[in-house]
Design a protein around this ligand. Structure first.
Ligand code: ZN
Ligand code: ZN
Length: 303
């Protein structure tokens, strides 16, 4: 934790962040990053002189002063020279990709798929308060929301930006399967929670990170869709689940393609039936998110 109970931030953190507030120091980070890129391997070192020559600065004493401010947190000093630390490399990535630029432009676009709550095919991808959102224009439910950096919108049409979100969601999801936080790679804890809108409730897996407190919610049916047997069943019907954005899968969750039966809320247990054409596969899920294929005759049909 970086803040105490009164919300006071550790002085170390304040010092580290403020040590970046200087053009020459950022130039040092970028010079070290550039040399990594040139040698196509991370952790390439530069000598004091090489680094000094790469930065626009008048005196070596001034250069030493700025370099000193970075050593430890962002730059590591080794017997071979200087190199970026993990944090230094992250900061360099952030500067180069311009994620600090303010909000990107993005055209509202209708997207395929139906609303998880009202089942209407009225989904709109939109930019709202600097967040990407998939919103239902019929019942006003917000189905997906996420921040996005400028770099995600560059060199992409609006349709391609939307598509890139589809893949970002799956990359987050794959990490959450292993209890890894997609933001800081710390450990996440996942619980089942109920989300209600317009009189309809859906069950979500809500994952929160112990380290950075980042929270991500995903419908529990996604864990079923990513079971290898389900992936295979969809693939046999020409649907590649990882290449289909989450919102396009909502129609399977609101129709008879995937039926969910909550067997028990505490401890959590649910049964699922997936039917595509004349093939049906059944699964159960427990409170640890473990998905197990079961005989369909064993599926409980009442809630
Ligand atoms: Zn709706
Ligand atoms: Zn985290």
């Amino acid at each position: 934790m970086v803040a105490d109970q009164n919300g006071q931030i550790d002085q170390e953190v304040v010092d580290a962040i403020s040590s970046l507030g200087n053009s020459q120091r950022l130039q040092i980070l970028l010079a070290l990053d550039e040399v990594d890129q040139e040698h196509q391997k991370p952790w390439h070192t530069m000598s004091f002189t090489e680094l000094y020559d790469a930065v626009d600065i008048d005196s070596s004493s001034q250069f030493s002063y700025h370099l000193d401010k970075l050593v430890g947190q962002f730059v590591s000093e080794t017997s071979d020279g200087y190199r970026l630390t993990y944090s230094g490399s992250k900061i360099a990535r952030v500067i180069i990709s311009d994620v600090y630029d303010s909000t990107s432009t993005f055209e509202d676009s209708e997207v395929s798929g139906v609303c998880l709550f009202c089942a209407e095919p009225s989904l709109l991808a939109t930019l709202d308060a600097e967040q990407f959102r998939i919103r239902c224009t019929s019942c006003d439910a917000i189905l997906i929301t996420d921040f996005f950096p400028q770099s995600q919108t560059r060199e992409r049409t609006s349709a391609e930006v939307i598509q890139s979100f589809g893949y970002r969601i799956w990359s987050m999801y794959i990490q959450l399967r292993g209890n890894v936080c997609p933001e800081c790679f710390g450990r996440v804890d996942t619980v089942v929670d109920l989300y209600q809108h317009d009189g309809k409730a859906i069950h979500l897996h809500v994952s929160s990170c112990r380290e950075c407190q980042h929270i991500i919610s995903i419908p529990i049916e996604v864990a079923i869709l990513f079971h290898p047997e389900a992936l295979h069943l969809f693939w046999e019907h020409d649907i590649s689940v990882p290449d289909t954005p989450l919102w396009e899968l909502f129609e399977y969750m609101t129709s008879d393609t995937i039926t969910t039966t909550i067997v028990s809320e505490d401890p959590f247990e649910a049964h699922f039936e997936i039917t595509l054409d004349d093939t049906t596969r059944c699964f159960s899920m427990d409170d640890t998110r473990t998905v197990t294929p079961i005989q369909c005759s064993n599926v409980q049909s009442t809630q």
